[in-house]
Design a protein around this ligand. Structure first.
Ligand code: ADP
Ligand code: MG
Length: 715
């Protein structure tokens, strides 16, 4: 038995592991070479580069090439000093008149005075060294200086020119220079030189597009990094558009291949007799909503059919997806098989466990929890019970698809809050069984364009109806300077026995200070309300977090100060007030998610959006949208309009998770076309073996959709 299981583990190694180098065509070697092989990048510089490129394990040349400029500087503006427009970048020719070094002990800048026929210019340098300055700007000579001119005491001044060159240097100065996003330890020069070296080292690739665009892949990279005008390096320009289309095509191709290979593997029908479901329904203190019933009908039909299920269950916060998931699991369990429910966080996995366990018990199901925290004997025992089929339904985190976790007969993989996982994880979990049916649940309704981007043509069920008895949430936006008033009102509510969340943002870039802010707020509220206040944040240990959540759920604490860890799924129906501090820093979808923590019981609920003035226009519209609607599907569309795609998917930056250079706000229109091209390619040649197949495989490698290549080779 043990041996048989070992074999199975090897055969079913999750397909998300990166491909070994041998499978990557040699033509890509120069693209995938480590950046430390480039001239000028030693181990010391490699560290910040790895950070910049998000590759702690060693950035490659390709990562550099796909790191596109954030903007450009135009050095073609060459006015005379009298023509200079303040606060713009200019390149001016000056005659160097005199140096005024920083007096000892002073913090004043080192000044260099110069002029042309039309006026004067002062150059200012902080912490400059005299001999170096005298070599850079010799008195009596002419130099070109490039930078931003400002007015200081009515005098034209340039602080730290970007460039100081003589006539020969000017001839070499690129007319337009790209400006890159940076991290500490790197300057623009480092990145520019590295990219220049990278471009010199890679070779051209065969065209993978059905209709070759005017500009090839490598030529497009060159154009973006070595622009001749601003459009060359802009997301709107043809070069960037070509690259964005390539990336979208790679994503769509991977999804199309996934779909094709899923359909190829026949499903195994799971036909339930309805007995377990009936017991669960009987144990529920409510009846299902119309859309819950409808979603279940569709899911049961999928499970019972010969085809594999690949279905998206979209439902607003609190729309009741968990029950649908449980009843879906019941169907395969009735057929004598197993189900797994994977959540993105530990808290959420435990939350599901808590909701599901009592119902499961009444229905005679065996449910188990598996997260990173289950260890040692208990874990080993649990794994054994999973492998021999004693456990019907396992709930957990990504610990579920790790190696060593084996099922007796997994029939259904339910993935909650999918956008936090990638296609990789979905595949990895599904690979734990044979022809596993997949149900993906998202708590943030997703606009159609994004569904296509991330899920391809999955079937979709939507829970648009709210469970009966829900009261609307009274949502107000209030400036932070009225916080005392809020605290006073909160005090009265706590006296009445109500429960409230106080949310502080935790944004990655400034995690430490945000955490400090949350702790300080906790301290202040504790000073007002004493032991009734609890605290939970992401840096706490698992057990501490659980204890804080449990105390709040039990009513031992009434006010829970939390960073955004409560964002997803947490369910304390008695909570009826939520105060969100720095609401202007959150995306619309995220605010909507947070607000969904209240309004779950029968009590009327309040959501206070505390914002710091001045409020930007987009933030104002966002708060206004939130005040005017509780419909997640509507808000998701609004969100997409307001800020681009990042927020819709709950990420904090307005980036496009999983994509490097395509931006839906700019390149969204390309998606439909890319999708059509991908579907056509797969239809004509489902394993990419045809004449164009080799080039398309390269594309999948370049944008790291190689998991799809793996699918191809698995046949
Ligand atoms: P979601 O995961 O979609 O955000 P949940 O599944 O956590 O929502 O459900 C939110 C709450 O609503 C839970 O307390 C759940 O028991 C309850 N609930 C679910 N379906 C119904 C229903 N049909 N009628 C009343 N309450 C329901
Ligand atoms: Mg949920």
């Amino acid at each position: 038995m043990a041996d048989a299981r070992a074999d199975r583990t090897i055969a079913k190694r999750p397909p998300f592991v990166h491909l070994p180098g041998i499978m990557r065509p040699d033509i890509l070697n120069s693209y995938f070479a480590e950046i430390t092989g480039l001239p000028g990048i030693g181990p010391k510089l490699a560290r910040p580069f790895n950070r910049l490129l998000g590759r702690e394990d060693g950035a490659r040349v390709l990562d550099l090439l796909l790191h596109l400029p954030a903007s450009t500087i135009d050095r073609r503006a060459r006015p005379t000093l009298s023509e200079v427009v303040p606060d713009t970048v200019v390149t001016v020719k000056i005659h160097v008149d005199r140096h005024v070094p920083t007096p000892p002990g002073s913090r004043a800048p080192y000044r260099v005075y110069g002029h042309d026929a039309t006026g004067d210019l002062t150059l200012a340098f902080f912490k400059a060294e005299r001999s170096w300055m005298e070599r850079l700007l010799p008195i009596g000579e002419t130099r070109w200086v490039s930078g931003t001119v400002t007015l200081y005491d009515g005098m034209a001044q340039m602080v730290h020119p970007d460039r100081v060159v003589d006539a020969a240097g000017l001839a070499r100065l690129p007319p337009i220079e790209p400006l890159y996003p940076l991290v500490e330890g790197l300057g623009q020069g480092h990145v520019r030189r590295a990219i220049e070296a990278a471009l010199a080292q890679v070779g051209d690739l065969p065209e993978w597009r059905a209709e070759a665009p005017d500009i090839g892949f490598l030529a497009a990279l060159r154009k973006v990094h070595q622009p001749r005008d601003a459009l060359d390096a802009s997301p709107l320009g043809p070069a960037w558009q070509r690259l964005a289309y390539d990336e979208l095509l790679a994503g769509q191709l991977a999804l199309a291949l996934l779909r094709a290979s899923t359909v190829k593997q026949a499903g195994r029908p799971s036909l339930g007799d309805g007995a377990v479901s009936a017991r669960i329904l009987a144990a529920l203190p409510f009846s299902l909503t119309g859309s819950q019933t409808e979603a279940l009908k569709a899911i049961r039909a999928d499970l019972g059919s010969e085809d594999r299920m690949l279905r998206l269950l979209q439902g607003d916060v609190g729309s009741g997806k968990t029950v649908v998931a449980l009843l879906a699991a019941a169907t395969v369990i009735e057929a004598g098989r197993q189900a797994a429910l994977m959540a993105p966080t530990e808290i959420l996995a435990r939350q599901h466990m808590k909701t599901i366990a009592p119902l499961a018990e009444k229905a005679g199901l065996t449910v188990a929890l598996l997260t990173g925290r289950e260890k040692g004997r208990a874990r080993a025992e649990l794994l054994a019970r999973l492998a021999d089929g004693a456990v019907d339904l396992v709930i957990g985190t990504h610990a579920l698809f790790q190696e060593g976790v084996d099922f007796h007969d997994l029939a259904l993989a339910i993935v909650d809050e999918q956008h936090r996982f990638g296609v990789h994880q979905r595949l990895a979990l599904a690979a734990k069984g044979e022809a596993v049916d997949v149900l993906v649940m998202t708590a943030t309704p997703i606009p159609r364009t994004l569904v296509l981007t991330y899920f391809g043509d999955m079937d979709s069920s939507e829970l648009r109806e709210k469970p009966a008895g829900r009261q609307p949430i009274d949502t107000r936006a209030i400036p932070t300077d009225r916080i005392d008033e809020i605290v006073a009102r909160l005090g009265r509510a706590l006296e009445e026995g109500r429960r409230a969340y106080w949310i502080c943002p935790l944004v990655e870039e400034s995690e430490t200070s945000d955490l400090a802010a949350a702790q300080a707020r906790f301290g202040e509220l504790q000073a007002h309300f004493g032991a009734r206040v609890g605290l939970v944040h992401g840096k706490m240990k698992g057990a501490e977090k659980d204890a804080a959540m449990a105390a709040f759920a039990a009513g031992e604490t009434q006010l829970l100060v939390a960073t955004t860890v409560v964002e997803v799924g947490v369910d304390v129906p008695e909570a009826s007030i939520i105060v969100i501090e720095h609401a202007e820093r959150f995306g619309l979808a995220q605010l909507h998610q947070l607000r969904g923590r209240v309004g779950r019981g029968s009590e009327a609920s309040t959501c206070v959006l505390l914002y710091r003035r001045p409020l930007g226009e987009i933030a104002r519209q966002r708060l206004e949208a939130l005040r005017s609607s509780e419909d997640g599907f509507f808000l998701a569309e609004q969100d997409l309009k307001l800020r681009g795609e990042g927020d819709v998917l709950g990420t904090r930056q307005s980036g496009f998770p999983g994509f490097r250079l395509a931006r839906l706000d700019v390149h969204g229109d390309l998606l439909v076309q890319a999708r059509a091209e991908a579907l056509a390619a797969v239809q004509n040649d489902s394993d990419l073996q045809g004449p164009r197949g080799a080039a398309l495989r390269l594309l999948l490698h370049v944008f790291e959709r190689d998991v799809a290549v793996k699918l191809l080779s698995a046949g």
